[in-house]
Design a protein around this ligand. Structure first.
Ligand code: FAD
Length: 312
């Protein structure tokens, strides 16, 4: 039996029985946060805001807005986050990356957020620009997310989230080196990590064990991706190092032309993932909404989240 199997068996023997989940009403609603991406045009902007308005009453802990590859959405991310501050009762978090900008430029963006009343930054290194084989730090830029976290700490009292990879970042030297760099980001001042999505709950639980063994005590919030388009998710997963289990592929087989059933399956899979993790003591989740509100709303509802009054 390898270590992973042993840990799983030990969890099964000593922890809650994941085969007999309590009824949803017996579990407290988990703490949720939602991720959006900034819109490319007016139509997508309307879609995004319809999505935000639908999810707003669920009173998520925060909502984050991504930063396009290579900083390509700098203005759009800023505008979306600033509008969230002005027009909603939500707590926005702005993603920020190190790619393609000097430290001064990145600092200026961070100060812009500070002035707009944004207190939460998701600090990331970013991926190499399209066509580039490997990541090269910008001359005069922040090299890694760890450096960005340190830079942000110098600028202001931000709430800082960083990325974490339960299945190891694809460019990491090793799983241990990756974990060590995660610890360094936390030690540099990050308040929590949000994970890359994963589908097998054991993948996350084993990673959590390793984080705890490494002395990481901040929340490691699992990223949950509802799978609306399986083919697309499979392609993307190959690039970002997330494994796609055969059971997931089987579940979506034959549903290529049947979106209504795909949506039901996607909501069920994601809600079950969350409920198994809840039964194992995890109480915070970050949902990648893909700017589509219905699936996220359904999942949140299954988990016990109900509309609340939100002070605009
Ligand atoms: P880092 O923590 O800097 O690590 C990157 C790689 O370098 C890893 O392999 C690590 O092991 C290694 N490493 C770290 N520190 C060092 C060091 N000092 N020396 C040598 N190697 C080191 N991308 C976007 O462009 N925009 C987004 O909005 C965005 N949002 C994301 C949100 C989440 C929750 C996650 C998990 C990822 C997101 N990404 C986003 C993707 C992210 O930018 C890429 O995965 C990127 O390749 C790594 O970013 P990081 O911040 O995790 O990097």
């Amino acid at each position: 039996m390898d270590t992973a199997q042993h840990n799983t068996l030990e969890r099964w023997l000593t922890g809650p029985r994941v085969g007999s989940l309590p009824s949803p009403s017996a579990m407290p609603a988990p703490k949720l946060s939602f991720e959006f991406f900034p819109p490319k045009n007016e139509k997508l902007e309307q879609d995004l805001w319809a999505c935000i308005r639908r999810l707003e009453p669920l009173a998520p802990r925060f909502v984050s807005v991504t930063y396009g590859a290579g900083g390509s959405t700098r203005a759009r991310t800023h505008d979306t986050v600033a509008r969230l501050v002005r027009e909603t009762g939500l707590t926005p978090a702005a993603h920020l990356t190190c790619v393609g900008a000097t430290r001064d430029e990145v600092d200026e963006v961070a100060r812009g957020y500070q002035e707009a009343g944004v207190r939460h930054i998701v600090a990331l290194r970013g991926d190499p620009p399209a066509g580039a084989e490997r990541y090269e730090p910008h001359p005069g830029g922040y090299a890694q997310a760890e450096d960005l976290v340190r830079g942000l700490r110098r600028i202001g009292d931000f709430d800082i989230s960083v990325g974490a990879y339960p299945e190891t970042h694809p460019a990491a030297l090793s799983a241990d080196a990756d974990l060590d760099y995660l610890k360094r980001k936390i030690d540099a001042g990050a308040n929590r990590a949000i994970t890359q999505y994963f589908f097998d709950t054991d993948v996350y639980l084993r990673f959590l064990d390793r984080c705890h063994a490494a002395g990481i005590t901040v929340p490691i919030v699992p990223g949950i991706l509802p799978v609306l388009n399986f083919a697309q998710v499979k392609r993307f997963s190959a690039m970002c190092g997330a494994s796609v289990p055969a059971w997931l592929e089987n579940l979506f087989e034959g549903l290529e032309q049947d979106e209504p059933t795909r949506r039901l399956v996607a909501a069920t899979v994601a809600a079950e993932q969350v409920r198994i993790l809840q039964a194992n003591g995890v109480d915070e989740f970050h949902i990648y909404t893909m700017n589509r509100p219905d699936l996220t709303y359904a999942i949140a509802h299954i988990l016990g989240a109900r509309p609340q009054l939100v002070a605009a």
